[in-house]
Design a protein around this ligand. Sequence first.
Ligand code: NAD
Length: 298
Amino acid sequence: MSIIGFIGLGNMGGPMAANLVRAGHRVQGYDLVPAACTTAAAQGVSIMPDLRTTAAGCDAVITMLPAGAAVRALYDDPSGILETAPETCLMIDCSTIDVESACAAHAMAQQSGRCAIDAPVSGGVGGAVAGTLTFMAGGTQAAFAAAQPLLAVMGTRVVHCGAAGAGQAAKICNNMILGISMIAVSEAFALADRLGLARQALFDVASTASGQCWSLTSYCPVPGPVPASPANHGYRPGFSAGLMLKDLQLSQTAAAQSGAVTELGAHAARMYQAFAEAGHAQDDFSAIFRMIAERSAS
Ligand code: NAD
């Protein structure tokens, strides 16, 4: 049994912490929102009064927060978690954040004498509940070896992607593919509609031909072909358009900083921005099909 501090008990962090409790660990949790604490407490998480006590006595502190600024602020606080956590404590950040903030968090942990790992996830709330997340980890081999058993409790696939920040880099690149491919699949269905081609016929061909991809075969954006996809459930997320926009913006920040040219990524970010601004940030990201189809019809 390990003692684990868990900061950020939201849609993802709450069920991830619950899975650690179920695996026999003592989890000391903290969130700014009382409702998140109440839900986690019902799953056996011991709710702590503040950040300092959350980190005290821990073998590992996991953060699952909305943005890089929040992670940096936590690590940067001179009387905060890096002050109260034991020197042997492993710092694990599972949030999806910019590569620069991830590297800054690593540096602050290292300066304090502690090991750190960035380990963002793929798999959404369903994966967090089921314990089937994919973790993409960045950090030293020693930090990865220490984190691996804990991550394996919350996920089924744990990949060491490289040095500090490599986990975030992998997450951002993967989600840029996802955002672009969802738009590509949606445009193909919008075109099929205009051509009078049945959606099921396009699916039957493309799902086994060279157009095959996850956005089509597992998460088809039109109702019908894939019964479990959000398109058949009122486009309830799943993975929200707002989070897709966030990840595409992270990819564009990383592209600008690194000098990579990602024209389709930039265009996808603009499309999700328009979709979110039209009031659809809380819809599943596959609902972008509706915006594309409406534009085609007008
Ligand atoms: P969420 O908004 O539901 O949860 C974040 C929680 O962090 C909130 O409860 C908030 O109160 C808490 N928080 C913020 N600042 C805090 C602080 N300083 N101290 C303590 N608590 C604080 O978000 P989520 O959906 O759980 O996502 C968390 C992270 O996981 C994000 O980085 C997101 O991009 C990533 N992610 C989400 C999904 C998804 O499908 N929801 C999938 C993959 C990755």
